[in-house]
Design a binder for this molecule. Sequence first.
Ligand code: SF4
Length: 90
Amino acid sequence: MITIFCAFCAWGILLFTICSVWRTLSKGTNYVKMLHQIPCTGCEYFTNDYRLKCTVHPKKACSLEALGCIDFEMKTSCCNATQTGRRKPY
Ligand code: SF4
């Protein structure tokens, strides 16, 4: 009788562990998918500079608050505000 109880407990713990790992992975992938929907890197106002990431909303740039930002403008290549890297000194 005790053997059956131990086997039942072992299978229960194993199933609980598998379900827990599955839920954690699912939450992680959903969170990463949500982070990839932050539009700032494709925005005209994104500066690519850690000191001032955005000239319109400096506090919420690159954060979850930027999801659905109403000031999003598609980046154009002729914009001076968007830097692709570090500028060379003159
Ligand atoms: S205006 Fe909005 S979308 Fe554009 S960089 Fe700033 S926070 Fe991000």
